[in-house]
Design a protein around this ligand. Structure first.
Ligand code: NAD
Length: 511
């Protein structure tokens, strides 16, 4: 089925540097595909080192000479609120573009504008209410924290829910007073185009927001290695994160990394099975399974295992796979043929490692495009590749366990540690198991919903540092400690009187 191209698209998606839309210095462009047909529907400027240089220079000038880093929190918050309003005003437009470009089912794309807008409102509120520490040593010293924006922020984002992911970095970076260079994912550059008009409409000063499109190996790499960039906030695959980590080292950049996951859902026999079924089905098949916190490994207690697997497979078989634009579609097209081929390879690997109980093939009514039926593997051994490796598609691995210890061993025995889900009606067990899971986040009897104030991030191979709430602001700011003497200056007078008792510099009070 041919998708309808959204109206009003330009011929070429361009960079945005210092308040102007620009083409690549090299003139290079790349093709952008529409995932339900894999036809090229637009060209996008392909940035390289020269474009990154220009964008970093614009961001640096806006940081060093512009008003943005020095505005009162309330003034910055007003602009962030205006950005949020401008995002929300494009609700339908955004959903349509996001769905068309990334293959997200339209109904799931519709929530993205609200979530993105909330990110801006949330960080606007946070900077206005922010409190920094001050300490006094009576009669001697006052110490306080002078919070400053860290500088030019390099933001590198993935293709799953791209606009929302971009907002998750843009909002705290701008709230903190940083200027930014955004490098959106090359598979899904379309919705990022909206930031240009949104930032202009909201009155963000020129040069504060810059964007360079292009591939990770060229535009992304140049941004990571640039001397003029003070920090990199990255979301993407673990292997990319490892490379970026190494590439940040020579210039000693601050880094925040949100990486891949292979999150377990542990379902005990005493759980509310209906609720666990609904939640784990939604957890792995919503957003086409292209969700970092997907519950992609289900660990199910032996007493309920056979029944659970049968019910899960039955529901999975009924999931509606269809075009992204159809409001009834539950799973649509995976983002790109390269990614689709990778997911299909895992499906073939899974067939040799475990028992296929649903899906594993392309829906007969969708002969072209990146479609896969909701796929369920049961009896998956712990050393199977489909148990250990992130697939990032509509594929789930189900494994039985007998004891709590065994469940924990299975849950923790992977390189990732992003999210986990625990289903049980035993309160004590819920908490003790949650505490022993090696992951940055655990949901108990719940699917993936969270208060924006809570920490977000992974441990082990799933990330470095945590964002969420004030933690995001910490990452984008420097907390400079200022110490002022009160009264007389107490300094040991080398070359004069020599040492004095109670010298603060030598371990006396206040050392
Ligand atoms: P990816 O690592 O391939 O690419 C992410 C971004 O990095 C893209 O913009 C890409 O161009 C850029 N990039 C690639 N190589 C680079 C390099 N050498 N230097 C600089 N930039 C480079 O990831 P993806 O396939 O776009 O996204 C899917 C992955 O993201 C999955 O592993 C998923 O779990 C993860 N993810 C994690 C979270 C989280 O919060 N933990 C959220 C969403 C997605």
């Amino acid at each position: 089925m041919t998708a309808t191209r959204p109206e009003g698209l330009p011929e070429l998606l361009r960079h945005y540097v210092g308040g102007a839309r620009t083409e690549s210095a090299s003139g290079e462009v790349f093709d952008v595909l529409e995932p339900s047909t894999n036809e090229v529907y637009i060209k996008c400027a392909s940035g390289g080192a020269a474009d990154i240089d220009a964008a970093v220079a614009a961001a640096r000038t806006a940081f060093d000479d512009g008003p943005w880093p020095h505005l009162m929190p309330r003034e910055r918050a007003r602009v962030l609120y205006a950005i949020a309003d401008a995002v929300e005003a494009r609700h339908d437009h955004l959903a349509e573009r996001e769905s068309f470009d990334s293959g997200l089912p339209i109904r799931q794309a519709r929530g993205q504008a609200k979530r993105a807008a909330e990110n801006f409102r949330f960080f606007a509120d946070l900077i206005v209410a922010q409190i920094d520490d001050a300490f006094r040593m009576p009669g001697r010293q006052v110490n306080y924290v002078n919070r400053k924006p860290k500088g030019v922020a390099g933001l590198i984002t993935p293709w799953n829910t791209p606009f929302m992911q971009e907002s998750w970095k843009l909002a705290p970076a701008l709230a903190s007073g940083c200027t930014v260079v955004l490098k959106p994912a090359e598979f899904t550059p379309l919705s990022a185009e909206l930031w240009v008009e949104i930032m202009e409409e909201a009155g963000l000063p020129e040069g504060v927001f810059n964007m360079v499109h292009g591939f990770g190996e060229s535009a992304g790499d140049a941004l990571v290695k640039h001397e003029g960039v003070d920090l990199i906030s990255f979301t993407g695959e673990t292997t990319t994160g490892q490379l970026i980590f190494a590439n940040c080292a020579p210039t000693m950049k601050a880094m925040s990394m949100e990486l891949g996951g292979k999150s377990p859902a542990i379902i005990f026999a005493d759980a509310d099975i209906d609720a666990a079924l609904d939640s784990t089905l939604f957890g792995v098949y919503s957003l086409n399974g292209e969700r970092c916190t997907a519950s992609s490994r289900l660990l199910v207690q032996r007493e309920i295992y056979d029944d659970f697997v049968a019910r899960y497979a039955e529901r999975a078989k009924k999931i509606k796979v269809g075009p992204p634009s159809d409001p009834e579609t539950e799973i649509a097209a995976l983002v790109h043929p390269t990614h689709y081929a990778r997911v299909m390879d895992y499906v073939e690997i899974g067939k040799s490692e475990a028992r296929l109980v649903a899906g594993g093939d392309r829906p007969a009514h969708l002969p072209e495009g990146n479609y896969l039926n909701a796929t369920v593997f049961a009896d998956v051994p712990a050393d199977a590749r489909i148990f250990q490796e992130e697939i990032f598609g509509p594929v789930v691995a189900i494994t039985p366990f007998d004891t709590t210890e065994e469940a924990l061993e299975l849950a923790n025995n992977v390189k990732y540690g992003l999210a986990a889900y625990v289903w049980t009606s035993d309160l004590t067990k819920a908490h003790t198991v949650a505490h022993r899971i090696e992951s940055g986040m655990v949901w108990i009897n719940s699917h993936n919903v969270r208060d924006l104030r809570t920490p977000f991030g992974g441990v082990k191979g799933s990330g470095l540092g945590q964002e969420g709430g004030y933690r995001s602001l910490e990452f984008y700011s420097v907390q400079q400690a200022i110490h002022i003497t009160l009264g007389d200056v107490h300094t040991t007078r080398f070359g004069a009187t020599g040492y004095t008792d109670n010298d603060p510099g030598l371990g006396g009070p206040g050392a």
